[in-house]
Design a protein around this ligand. Structure first.
Ligand code: UD1
Length: 342
């Protein structure tokens, strides 16, 4: 029997590369496209080393509709996972057009090609950022979205709406949006992981770079929130677990099991963890002392957000499995790998 093929846009990126591995391990073929604007060719090498086989990779910008059409002409697949997007919140405030242009044009090109070529299934990388500062916690998929606080967040909301509208309008199109909470960690092989360019915006890369001596001191943004230790609460989801959620969603789509034409799933652990708790676990499991200081709150941060994961647990049959400690070990192993420290 021929294997199902999945097209992965942005498959050289952090979540895309882990998902490519998980899909091939689950018996799918993959075709990866990426313009390498915020990722490295080395990620594909890492994927191939983990799998012990070549994967199809094409240097394609999803904003280039003609190039994308060529991909659809050359490859037969029923499902696309669309990761390709810019993701720096601060940059999106300074350069909103860059974000709307890239994130929305690339997504609309994908949807248009799916429609033109009669390919049914689109899996979209959404984000817990769409919930903003929710009134009730944990958030379920029914929790109302709040107005986006950044152009980046707005592109996620708009793309969700585009997908919803297109699934409603086009009989042959099915969509799933996965709302990721805070993805962290790396593959246990330490051959793929997160590769931030410049100064990291996200907590974990800043932690590992501080541990590696690249950053002098970690700033904890605020300890006067209305939370148990005063620092923000987040739901940190291991990237390998997150990758497996994509496999479960792809299976649901390819098996024709969707109950609605457009479905949304939270992908998190369901467990809130504070910034200080994350730092102390990182220190404990890796036997490292992290220099950190408390500074002012970061504008735009919400005090707390974590997922109700019941829907993904029950409907996708997926559950986060890796312990926070193992995830934090993997993040440090990856940092050491890229710094040639181990
Ligand atoms: C951020 C984005 C979110 C995006 C997600 C992608 C903002 C406001 N939100 O989420 O839209 O989808 O990344 O992964 O940027 N922290 C520190 N010191 C640091 C960095 C972070 O204390 O140097 C704290 C933050 O205040 C926050 C927590 O760590 O409480 C997590 O921050 P981060 O990793 O940036 O993720 P989010 O802000 O949750």
């Amino acid at each position: 029997m021929n294997k199902e093929t999945v097209l992965i846009s942005g498959g050289a990126g952090y979540i895309g590369s882990h998902t490519a591995v998980a899909l091939v391990e689950a018996g799918f073929d993959v075709v990866i496209i990426d313009n390498l604007s915020n990722s490295e060719r080395g990620a594909i090498d890492g994927v191939e080393r983990i799998l012990g086989q070549k994967v199809a990779f094409e240097l394609v910008d999803t904003c280039d509709k003609d190039a994308l059409r060529g991909v659809f002409e050359r490859h037969q697949f029923n499902t696309v996972i669309h990761f390709a997007a810019y993701k720096a919140v601060g940059e999106s405030m300074d350069e909103p057009l860059k974000y709307y242009q890239n994130n929305l044009v690339s997504f609309m090109n994908i949807v248009e090609m799916m429609h033109d070529f009669n390919r049914p299934n689109i899996l979209f990388s959404s984000s817990a950022t769409v919930y903003g500062e929710a009134d009730t916690l944990p958030v379920t998929e029914q929790t109302p979205r709040q107005p986006a606080t950044s152009p980046y967040g707005n592109t996620k909301q708009i793309a969700e709406d585009i997908l919803h509208d297109c699934c409603r309008a086009y009989a042959g199109l099915y969509g799933i949006a996965l709302r990721y909470f805070n993805p962290i960690g790396a593959h246990p092989s330490a051959l793929i992981g997160e590769l931030p360019r410049g100064v990291p915006n996200n907590l974990l890369p800043f932690v590992t770079q501080t541990a590696a001596g690249i950053r002098e001191c970690l700033s904890v943004f605020g300890d006067d929130y209305d939370t148990p230790d005063g620092t923000c609460l987040r739901d940190y989801i291991d990237v390998v677990d997150l990758a497996k959620a994509h496999v479960a969603a792809v299976r649901r789509m390819t098996a024709g099991k969707m109950a609605e034409k457009y479905e949304i799933f939270n992908v998190g652990t369901g467990r809130p963890v504070s910034v200080l708790e994350l730092i102390s676990r990182f220190e404990a499991v890796n036997d490292i002392k992290l220099p950190y200081k408390i500074v002012a709150r970061r504008p735009g941060d919400v005090p707390a957000v974590w997922a109700d994961t019941s829907l993904a647990n029950e409907v996708l049959g997926w559950k986060a499995e890796r312990s926070l400690d193992d995830t934090l070990r993997s993040a440090w192993a990856w940092e050491k790998h890229i710094r040639h420290m181990s």
